[in-house]
Write a protein that binds this ligand. Structure first.
Ligand code: GDP
Length: 699
C-alpha cells in the first residue's frame, strides 16, 4: 500500500513556548492556513481546536500531547506536517519529554516583548538533550514594546546553538506590516489583519535597504561558516544562490549548528505562511535523522532501526488517552517498518502479543481511518493495551527503545469519593490515569485505608481531580496536599535482628547482622551480600533483603520511605529445622531498624527550582518573601525592566505561592517551578513534621 505522502515530505514537529507566548494561537493559524480548520477559535473564547480537554480551555494551558496532521504545498509539492502538541506548563514537563522523543523538529515561539522566558530555556535544554533541530519564531511583533533585535540577541546570549535571522520585521508594534525575507531579498506585506488576509510580495522599501543589507550580510556569514565550499566561494567574492543558501542552512539546522529565526504576529495573521515554508525548508524529515537505537530484550545487544518500510516494525507509544467513543487510544510513532490495521503486534516492554484495532489519523476536527501506518508516521491505535513508553514491534525482531526515566512524585493528597457507589469506578479511573501519566500514582494508605494520589505539583493533582469529575462524573473530597518526605541516614552503623520462636509446634529462627551506610543523594538502595562460610544459607539471603526493603518503606523517624542507603549483610545464624523465609525477612527488617536508629536518621524534603519574573519595583518584596519561605536565592538577572529571580525553595513552603506572588506584584509577576532535588530538613522543622505525623498516626 502506497503512502499518501512520501517520507521525505513528512515533518513531525512540536510547537514549544513559554505560557502565553502564543503557541495556541500560532497552532490555530497553522491549522487554518493548511486548510484543516475553517473556523478559528480564539484562545480567550475557550474554543481552540487542539486544546480539547475541557479544563484546558478554562485554564488556558495545554496539558495533553494530541497530534494533528495537516498539509502544506511548497514549490508545487505537497507535504504532510504532523503537529505533536507539547504542553506549556512545567508541572507536566514529563509530557514535553515524552513528545521530544517522537518529534523530529521544533518551532520555538518567543514573545517579541517578553523575550526568552524561563520555560523556554528549560524546554530548549530538553531539546538539546534529545538532539532536536529547531527554528525560532518571534511572535507578537504587533504588541507595544515588541523588539525583534533585542529578542534575537537574547536567543544568542542565553540559548545554545547560534541563531541566524532569515527575516527581519517590516515595522513593529502598531506599524508591524510584515517581514523582509533575507534569503530571497523581498518584502512580504499583509494587507489586512484578518484571517486569510491577502499579502503582497514587493521590493524592499528604500528606508529598509541599509538594515536589510546589514542583516543579510550577517546571515550569509553565519551560514557559510558551516560549509567549507560556500565559505570559499564567499571569500572569493562570488554570489551565493538562494538554493545554495537554503541547502546549507537546512543542513546546519538539522545538524543543530544553527537555528533560523523568523518573526510575525500570529494573532494578526502575519508571518504564518513563511513560517510554514521554513518548517518545510529547514526542519528534517524522518529520513534526515540518525536511525533509532534500542536493546534486543532477548540478547541484551544494542540494535538500530532505519526509517524504512522494509525494516522490521518498531514504534514507540508516546501517549495513551481514553476516548469517550473509541475507548483507549494509543498514539504511536513508527520508527521503522509498517503496521496494518487489525493485526497483532508484539509489545516488547510488556513481553506480550497485543491486538491493534483501527488506525486513526487525527486531523484538527476529524479523524480519518487508515489501513496502514509506515516508517516515520504517527497515528492513534484503537484497542491496544499499551502504556506510555512501551515499544511495539515485530515479534521476530524484538527491540525495546530507550526507556524514559520519570521522577517520583513529590506531592500527595488524600481523596474520597463523595458517594460510596463511585468507589469502584474511582479505582478504575485511577488505574487509567496511571497508565496515561507515569508521574501520577494512586495508592491506598495501609493504615487508614485512605486513597492517596501522588503527582508532580499542586496543579498536577488539581487537574487530575478535575478530570475525574468532568470526564467520569466522579466527585471527590480532597485533603490538604502533603509533601512527599523521605528519610535517610547520616553515618555508618551496625544492627542486629533476631527472630526466634521455639515454643510449641514448628519454631521460627532467623538471625541477621547488617552494616548500613549513607549513599550519595539519589542513589536509592544497594544491597551487598557479604556472607561467608554459609552462616546464613544462600536461599535465605534474598529473604533478608526483602525484609530490609520492606522495613525501608516505613522509616523509623516518621514512617516515610528510607532512601540512599547501602546495606551490607555480613553475619547471622540459622537453625536446621526452624529457619524459614519469613523468619529471615523479619530478622532482616529488625536488623535494619536497629542499625537505622544508631545511624543518625534524618528527614529529607523535596526542593524546588523556582524562577520568578517580576517588574523591578517588586524585587525586594519578592526576595523577602522567598527568604521567609526558607528559599535560597541562586541568581538574579535583568531583562529590560523585568528581573528574573532564581531560587531553591522547599516544596512545603510553596503552597499557594501563586496567590501571594500575585498580590506582591499587583498581578504582574509570574513563576515556574520544577522539582530539583531532595535535601535535609532543618532539625527544628523536622521535629515539628515528625511530631505532627506521629500525632496523626495515633489519633
Ligand atoms: P500559549 O499559552 O503559548 O498557547 O499562548 P496563546 O496562543 O494562548 O496566547 C496568549 C495570549 O496572547 C492570547 O490572549 C492571544 O490572543 C495573545 N497572542 C498570541 N499571539 C499574539 C500576537 O501575535 N500578538 C498579540 N498582540 N497577541 C497575541
Amino acid at each position: 500500500m502506497a503512502r499518501e505522502v512520501p517520507i521525505e515530505k513528512l515533518r513531525n514537529i512540536g510547537i514549544v513556548a513559554h505560557i502565553d507566548a502564543g503557541k495556541t494561537t500560532t497552532t490555530e493559524r497553522i491549522l487554518y492556513y493548511t486548510g484543516k480548520t475553517y473556523k478559528i477559535g480564539e484562545v480567550h473564547e475557550g474554543a481552540a481546536t487542539m486544546d480539547w480537554m475541557p479544563q484546558e480551555k478554562e485554564r488556558g494551558i495545554t496539558i495533553t500531547a494530541a497530534t494533528t496532521a495537516c498539509y502544506w504545498t511548497r514549490n508545487g509539492e505537497r507535504y504532510q506536517i504532523n503537529i505533536i502538541d507539547t504542553p506549556g506548563h512545567v508541572d507536566f514537563s514529563v509530557e514535553v519529554v515524552r513528545s521530544m522523543k517522537v518529534l523530529d523538529g521544533i518551532v520555538f515561539i518567543f514573545s517579541a516583548v517578553e523575550g526568552v522566558q524561563p520555560q523556554s530555556e528549560a524546554n530548549w535544554r530538553w531539546a538539546d538533550r534529545f538532539k532536536v533541530p529547531r527554528i525560532a519564531f518571534i511572535n507578537k511583533m504587533d504588541r507595544l514594546g515588541a523588539d525583534f533585535y533585542r529578542v534575537f540577541n537574547e536567543i544568542e546570549e542565553k540559548l545554545t546553538i547560534k541563531p541566524v535571522a532569515i527575516q527581519i520585521p517590516l515595522g513593529a508594534e502598531e506599524q508591524f506590516e510584515g517581514v523582509i525575507d533575507l534569503i530571497e531579498m523581498k518584502a512580504i506585506r499583509w494587507l489586512e489583519e484578518t484571517l486569510g488576509a491577502k499579502y503582497e510580495v514587493v521590493d524592499i522599501p528604500a528606508e529598509y535597504q541599509e538594515k536589510t543589507q546589514e542583516w543579510r550580510e550577517k546571515m550569509i556569514e553565519t551560514i557559510v561558516e558551516t560549509d567549507d565550499e560556500l565559505m570559499e566561494k564567499y571569500l572569493e567574492g562570488q554570489e551565493i544562490s538562494v538554493e545554495e543558501l537554503r541547502k546549507a542552512l537546512r543542513k546546519a539546522t538539522i545538524e543543530r549548528k544553527l537555528v533560523p529565526v523568523l518573526c510575525g504576529s500570529a494573532f494578526k495573521n502575519k508571518g504564518v505562511q513563511p513560517l510554514l515554508d521554513a518548517v518545510i525548508d529547514y526542519l528534517p524529515s524522518p529520513l534526515d535523522l540518525p536511525p533509532v537505537k534500542g536493546i534486543n530484550p532477548k540478547t541484551g545487544e544494542e540494535e538500530i532501526r532505519k526509517p524504512l518500510d522494509e525494516e522490521p516494525f518498531c514504534a514507540y507509544a508516546f501517549k495513551v488517552m481514553s476516548d469517550p467513543y473509541a475507548g483507549q487510544l494509543t498514539y504511536i510513532r513508527v520508527f521503522s517498518g509498517t503496521l496494518k490495521a487489525s493485526s497483532y503486534v508484539y509489545n516488547a516492554t510488556k513481553d506480550e502479543k497485543q491486538r491493534a484495532g483501527r488506525l486513526l489519523l487525527m486531523h484538527a476536527n476529524s479523524r480519518e481511518e487508515i489501513q496502514q501506518v509506515s516508517a516515520g508516521e504517527i497515528c492513534a491505535v484503537v484497542g491496544l493495551d499499551a502504556a506510555t513508553g512501551d515499544t511495539l514491534c515485530d515479534e521476530k525482531h524484538p527491540i525495546i527503545l530507550e526507556k524514559l526515566e520519570f521522577p517520583d512524585p513529590v506531592i500527595s493528597m488524600a481523596i474520597e469519593p463523595k458517594t460510596k457507589k463511585d468507589q469502584e469506578k474511582l479505582s478504575q479511573v485511577l488505574n487509567k490515569f496511571m497508565k496515561e501519566d507515569p508521574t501520577f500514582k494512586a495508592t491506598t494508605d495501609p493504615e487508614t485505608g485512605q486513597i492517596l494520589i501522588h503527582g508532580m505539583g499542586e496543579l498536577h493533582l488539581e487537574i487530575m481531580v478535575d478530570r475525574m469529575k468532568r470526564e467520569y462524573g466522579i466527585e471527590v473530597n480532597v485533603g490538604k496536599p502533603q509533601v512527599a518526605y523521605k528519610e535517610t541516614i547520616k553515618k555508618k552503623a551496625i544492627g542486629e535482628g533476631k527472630f526466634i520462636k521455639q515454643t510449641g509446634g514448628r519454631g521460627q529462627y532467623g538471625h541477621a547482622i547488617v552494616e548500613i551506610e549513607p549513599l550519595p543523594r539519589g542513589k536509592g538502595f544497594e544491597f551487598i551480600d557479604d556472607i561467608h562460610g554459609g552462616v546464613i544459607p544462600k536461599e535465605f539471603i534474598p529473604s533478608v533483603e526483602k525484609g530490609i526493603k520492606e522495613a525501608m518503606q516505613n522509616g523509623i523517624l516518621a514512617g516515610y520511605p528510607v532512601v540512599d542507603v547501602r546495606v551490607r549483610l555480613f553475619d547471622g545464624s540459622y537453625h536446621e529445622v526452624d529457619s524459614s523465609d519469613i523468619a529471615f525477612q523479619v530478622a532482616g527488617a529488625l536488623a535494619f531498624k536497629d542499625a537505622a536508629k544508631k545511624a543518625e536518621p534524618v528527614l529529607l524534603e523535596p526542593i524546588m527550582e523556582v524562577e520568578v519574573e517580576t517588574p523591578e519595583e517588586y524585587v525586594g518584596d519578592v526576595i523577602g518573601d522567598l527568604n521567609s519561605r526558607r528559599g535560597k536565592i541562586m541568581g538574579m538577572e535583568n531583562k529590560g525592566n523585568i528581573t528574573v529571580i532564581k531560587a531553591h525553595v522547599p516544596l512545603a513552603e510553596m503552597f499557594g505561592y501563586a496567590t501571594t506572588l500575585r498580590s506582591l506584584t499587583q498581578g504582574r509577576g509570574t513563576f515556574i517551578m520544577r522539582f530539583s532535588h531532595y535535601d535535609e530538613v532543618p532539625q527544628q522543622i523536622a521535629e515539628k513534621i515528625i511530631g505532627e505525623r506521629m500525632a496523626g498516626k495515633s489519633s
